[in-house]
Design a protein around this ligand. Structure first.
Ligand code: SAM
Length: 228
């Protein structure tokens, strides 16, 4: 575990600036996640020994993709990945806030405890994504999601935010090209692929200018491939 922390911190420092205060906050998050995980399944038990490299450094990459963004929404946060890590990295930034959207009550309880323990710039939205996006603040600049859904479904979920100008920052695995092809059946968008520094073959997809393909505005509900 010491080697994982050292390796994770080295990765983090290659991705972004990590102050001593940020490192302390991340240590508090890691301790809490380990304690809660012994009773509740918050991340895959087989990944807990690689918490810093597999989860923390991996999550930090999202914030590094859009370093100027202060208002984020993280959809399906689970144990706070990547949203709470982004919120820790932004903790000292005036006006920063990450909405952590998660419908599972047990995970929301963990997220509340982790926000309190770390002083992260986060608000816990314990509700369904579908409800959150229609009432979300108008100033959301970036929307993140990791391990939530294939890209076509993600675009459907995030569309109300993307349509108001938010930029999508989505962690994707080795199937990213296939997901892009499939998503482009129903959605027209521009994208950039940032290779992952933590997972060989994985990438972060940055999505901008998203519109439903067969009409220039709307929610894509007529497109069966969008899954709604
Ligand atoms: C596979 S987990 C991924 C968690 C985290 N993003 C990660 O990378 O470890 C997906 C999470 O999304 C949440 N979720 C799935 N559908 C949701 C919805 N419609 N509204 C809110 N949360 C949802 C689940 O409860 C779960 O915690």
């Amino acid at each position: 575990m010491m080697a994982d922390r050292a390796g994770g911190l080295a990765l983090l420092e290659s991705i972004t600036d990590v102050s001593r205060e940020t490192r302390d906050r991340l240590d508090r998050y890691a301790d809490l996640l380990r304690r809660w995980s012994s009773a509740k399944n918050l991340v895959g038990p087989d990944t807990l020994s690689r918490l810093w490299t597999r989860h923390i450094a991996d999550s930090a990459q999202a914030q590094a993709c859009l370093p100027a963004a202060r208002r984020w929404a993280d959809l399906g946060s689970g144990a706070g990945l990547p949203g709470l890590i982004i919120a820790i990295l932004l903790a000292d930034r005036p006006g920063a806030c990450v909405d952590l959207v998660e419908s599972n009550g047990r995970k929301c309880a963990f997220l509340r405890a982790a926000q309190r323990a770390t002083g992260a710039a986060a608000q816990i939205q314990c509700r369904r994504i579908e409800d959150y996006v229609v009432t979300a603040p108008a100033d959301i600049e970036a929307v993140s999601a990791r391990a939530l859904a294939p890209l076509d479904r993600l675009l459907t979920l995030a569309f109300p935010l993307l349509a108001r100008g938010a930029v999508g920052v989505f962690h994707k695995g080795q199937d990213v090209e296939r997901e892009l092809t499939r998503a482009s059946i129903c959605w027209k968008f521009t994208h950039e692929l940032i290779p992952s520094r933590t997972q060989p073959g994985a990438a972060i997809v940055i999505v901008r200018n998203c519109v439903a393909r067969d009409r220039q505005s709307g929610d894509g509900s007529h497109c069966p491939e969008a899954g709604i």
